[in-house]
Ligand binder design. Structure first.
Ligand code: DMJ
Length: 695
């Protein structure tokens, strides 16, 4: 210390106590130390070298007190006493202050070294003595101290020796092990750490309370007309047959093989057994008033649905079926479990967005979070209809969790697409998530493209028409589609073809038939007063798709049909003649019915329902058929989960009155799972503000 008055050298004794060993001040060091009154060492000790315990460094011998007194005075002046008193009190304050401001653990460490014995009285019950009532004996003063310190020093050394020996022993054992054993050991430790980390991460975060949007018309819809009611009851009975069969033969599996009467799954769900049919069917069961079945499904979900499985699933399929299904079940029933599961799943899907561009991979492993794309998709591209069909569910996830990440991910996709050049104003089906460039220039309103357009329109509707950016993007896209892809056949049928590198293929898929409903749904709000035009376009597509059903033997539509060389609305290739219980045509009938109330849509829907019941029904459920042009069809032996989620739901809605799921309050996702309208404002990057009309 370079204070004007005191220049001293202090060393640390074995107990961490500061020894006064030298002072340039005019008093003798020993006198000074005595004066400070801190130490229990006899005065004679102060002249012996102080031993630093660790380094063993010697401190120079001190000169005797008298020799260092320049004036040989025996007493101190009052002012000197006063200064000394001041120094003393400052020193004591410093010592105590330092001690009390030390963090707790550092205090404890010091105590472990034995410092507590010196600085504060040691409290210890004497061996063998009992002190009832928590009575304690205080010691630390008197002549036993020195002896005890020595003992403690020795025991400390012993402890250090034992520790060293143990460490040495462990090191020797490690060296004796083979490389493989060591590697295995390291691996086990690593996995343990990873597991522990995961467990920590998996502690479910409580979800913030958010108002339940107003849910209307979830179980009304009884039609007045008895014949319509009869048809509706028939659809309900078909639903029960599909569900009961799955319940009996495929319970817990993703889908059902209705002929083999066992569980079934496809690669979109990886090797998981996540009860896709249960989740997909829940809201249909609820709307149809099949409450026991709904409860049964809920119980299975509560007890079995686990998304931490080592399965590589399709992000799109799992999102529309599981996230959408769970969210809809939550909004309809108010049961928290569905919300919790939807959020658990969403967290598992987020790693799919870890690509250089933020365009998600098509597939993600739910356990590892590793993503990749389908091998067949244009040089490792992601698919428009897949990464473009996440918006509705992800907006709801942000609403329910308060986590903006979901919203930001889908808005990022939208922004990225908005910046890209579009050949002829069209969106190609393929986009490379690494380079951010389009793959092959193929455009479709059917498979690979379809629900991208659907979700632009529905983003606008679901935001209570505040997301005008989505509406504008939809309008521009549809305008280009109309210009390049929609044509009238020689026989007067309007169809939507496929655009392949500047060439129009005059082929329409069953999947494309959903577009009739989309055009009708988007008619209101379309630019330049084209509402009538789009409703008309919807009607024309509905008509064409009905023709594709009507021109078959089974009265069920083929997977794809042509408008070429005199053939219209019929499949040509054998591998396009199948019907796999798809919903798109019936979906369009329902939207057209809601907007026009033209009875032909109910009539067409009934024709399809009867054909399904006649040709697809088997004792173990419903199956797809391989050839709709054959009077003796063979089955594909799959009861698709979307048959319960969509086909039967749209049929049921078609024969219900409009107060069941009114379209002003609900928007159906692409798997027919209804989500309530959320009034959304402020679309700045990463922000969305919800204003809901809650119950
Ligand atoms: C459903 O899973 C969805 O409708 C999806 O958008 C496309 N295809 C199937 C049903 O055909």
């Amino acid at each position: 210390r370079s204070m004007n008055t005191v220049h001293s050298v202090w060393a640390v004794n074995p107990y961490g106590l500061t020894d006064c060993v030298y002072s340039k001040y005019s008093y003798s060091q020993s006198q000074m130390c005595r004066f400070l009154g801190l130490f229990s060492f006899p005065q004679s000790n102060m002249t012996t070298p102080a031993l630093l315990p660790l380094s063993g460094r010697r401190i120079p011998t001190l000169s005797p007190g008298a020799a260092s007194f320049p004036h040989h005075r025996a007493t101190l002046r009052l002012s000197e006493k006063f200064i000394l008193l001041l120094i003393l009190s400052a020193f004591i304050t410093l010592c105590f202050g330092a001690f009390f401001f030390l963090p707790d653990n550092s205090k404890h460490k010091r105590f472990d070294l034995g410092l507590e014995d010196v600085l504060i009285p040691h409290i210890e019950a004497p061996k063998g003595a009992k002190h009832p009532g928590g009575q304690v004996v205080i010691h630390g003063q008197g002549g036993h101290d020195e002896h005890r310190h020595r003992e403690e020093e020795e025991s400390l050394r012993d402890k250090i020796r034992v520790d060293h020996e143990r460490a040495l022993q462990e090191a020797k054992e490690k060296l004796r092990k083979s490389r493989d054993e060591l590697r295995a050991e390291i691996q086990t430790e690593k996995s343990k750490v990873v597991e522990d980390l995961k467990k920590k991460k998996e502690v479910p975060k409580p979800l913030p309370p958010v108002p339940m949007p107003k849910v209307v018309g979830v179980n009304d819809g009884d039609p007045v007309e008895p014949d319509v009611k009869e048809k509706r009851d028939k659809i309900r009975e078909m639903m029960k047959h599909a569900w009961d069969s799955y319940r009996q033969y495929g319970w817990g599996h993703n889908e059902l093989k209705p002929l083999a009467k066992k569980g079934h799954s496809t690669n979109i769900f990886g090797n998981s057994q996540m009860g896709a049919t249960i989740v997909d069917a829940l809201d249909s069961l609820y709307m149809m008033g099949l409450h026991d079945e709904f409860k049964d499904g809920q119980e299975w979900i509560e007890q079995n649905l686990d998304f931490s499985v080592n399965a590589e699933v399709s992000v799109f399929e799992v999102n529309i079926r599981f996230t959408g299904g769970l969210l809809a079940a939550y909004y309809l029933s108010g049961q928290e479990v569905f919300k919790v599961k939807a959020v658990q799943l969403a967290e598992k899907l987020l790693p799919a967005f870890n690509t250089p561009t933020g365009i998600p991979w098509a597939m993600v492993n739910l356990k590892s979070g590793v993503g990749r794309n389908w091998g067949w998709a244009s040089a490792g591209s992601s698919i428009l209809a897949e990464f473009g069909t996440l918006h509705m569910e992800f907006v709801h996830l942000t609403y329910l969790t308060g986590n903006p990440a979901y919203y930001q991910k889908v808005m990022h996709i939208r922004k990225l697409l908005a910046k890209m050049d579009r050949p002829n104003g069209l969106y190609p089906n393929y986009l490379n998530p690494r380079t951010g460039r389009w793959g092959q220039h193929h455009t479709s309103v059917g498979g690979l493209g379809d629900s991208f357009y659907e979700y632009l329109l529905k983003a606008w509707l679901m935001s209570d028409k505040t997301d005008t950016e989505a509406r504008k993007t939809y309008d521009d896209a549809i305008e280009a589609i109309e210009r390049h892809l929609i044509r009238k056949s020689n026989g007067g049928l309007t169809f939507i073809g496929e655009w392949k590198n500047g060439h129009l293929e005059r082929k329409m898929g069953h999947l494309t038939c959903f577009a009739g409903g989309m055009f009708a749904l988007g008619a209101d709000g379309s630019p330049d007063d084209k509402a009538g035009h789009y409703l008309q376009l919807g009607a024309e597509i509905a008509h064409t798709c009905h023709e594709s059903y009507d021109r078959t033997v089974l009265k069920l539509g083929p997977e794809a049909f042509k408008f070429d060389s005199g053939l219209e609305a019929v499949a040509v290739r054998q591998n396009e003649k199948y019907y796999i219980l798809r919903p798109e045509v019936i979906e369009t009938y329902w939207y057209m019915w809601r907007f026009t109330h033209d009875p032909k849509y109910r009539q067409w829907g009934w024709e399809a329902a009867q054909a399904i019941d006649k040709y697809c029904r088997v004792s173990g459920g419903f199956s797809g058929v391989k050839d709709v042009y054959s009077s003796n069809p063979t089955y594909d032996d799959v009861q698709q989960s979307f048959f319960l989620a969509e086909t039967l739901k749209y049929l049921y809605l078609l024969f219900s009155s409009d107060d069941l799921m009114p379209l002003e309050s609900w928007v159906f996702n692409t798997e027919a799972h209804p989500l309530p309208v959320l009034h959304l404002t402020d679309f700045s990057e990463g922000i969305c503000i919800f204003q809901t009309e809650s119950d």
